[in-house]
Design a protein around this ligand. Sequence first.
Ligand code: PLP
Length: 405
Amino acid sequence: MSKTRELIELSERRSAHNYHPLPVVVHEARGAWVTDVEGTRYLDCLAGYSSLNFGHGNPAIVQAAQEQLQRLTLTSRAFFHDQFAEFCEGLADLCGKDMILPMNTGAEAVETAIKVARKWGYEVKGVAPDQANIVVMEDNFHGRTTTIVSFSTDPDARDGFGPATPGFTIVKYGSAEAIREAIDANTVAVLLEPIQGEAGVLVPPAGYLQQVREICTENNVLFIADEIQSGLGRTGDTFACDHEGVVPDMYVLGKALGGGVVPVSAVVADADVLGVIKPGQHGSTFGGNPLACAVGNAVIRLLRTGEYQARAKELGALLHERLTGLIGTGGVVAVRGRGLWAGVDIDPSIGTGRQVCEALMRRGVLAKDTHGSTIRLAPPLVVSEEDLNWAVDQLAAALAELSED
Ligand SMILES: *Cc1c(COP(=O)(O)O)cnc(C)c1O
């Protein structure tokens, strides 16, 4: 039996089947490329769902992590440590906000934003106790906790995990009017992804984010942007909200903030919002730990150069031009996205998204399907132009191969 088969069978036997991975067992990686246990190389076009924006083994990030590993890894928030101040100031400044609240995973940061918004609603806006509601979007993805799946519209994510947490109003994504109609006197926040990633890289209509900003301001409601996947360079700007010049009241960040090394997440906002949280009211044993902050500091330094955002913009234009060329005859029905981030709808008569991803894997490209017939492409922002072109060639060839069968 091959090493790959053996490791997959053992993994499947001894782990819950909450994922359906492609049959590849990765052993090492550098930049945009990974190598499996058989020595086969693949171009990583998923990049850990955009956790690896700066590439596998980014030298600046790995060096910061290694130095920190040798010196100090954990204090808990019971004490200060010497990486914390720089991380808080650096991330707050990157967002143009006063302060941050650090957590670990994306879902924890979303939970934090929900708690902050509710508390702000009661203490600042004056909503009656336990009456706060938050407007959220159809087809959202904000994580997997019981409260977050309570307002998911994906039956797989939601069903069987009730009772649902109350206090959320779901409206159609992309309709500012729907938000306006859903807001009432007890609404404390609107929570949305500026581009919906898991839904298939859905880009809202132009002007939508600006309208959401105006509606939130008019109604004294917090605009919470979940930029966990869309933020930190992916779309060609530091944040997807930048594209419309929009500044939300709270940024929710994660994924790439941990440099592909450790989970690092945060909520970033002004003092009149985050200031509502007092000692004992929220926390995390690992949130803002020294290793996380050292890695986060390296990530922030990389983002300050603007090089990654510029690369995503430039190579993203190429990616979208090439993918758009596959619409119609090439077996592609539609292409969406921004920067180095694309959702590609496959003609279902050719095959499922999964089948396309399996064919891509055989051709040396790793990508992930979503919702049946969509595949997502989001390579590390360090990918070369040559490799990106090659990946699109492989997609075209995989689609041609499947349409012959
Ligand atoms: C991945 C993701 C999350 C959840 O992050 P985890 O680290 O998996 O908990 C939340 N929101 C968005 C938009 C995401 O893409």
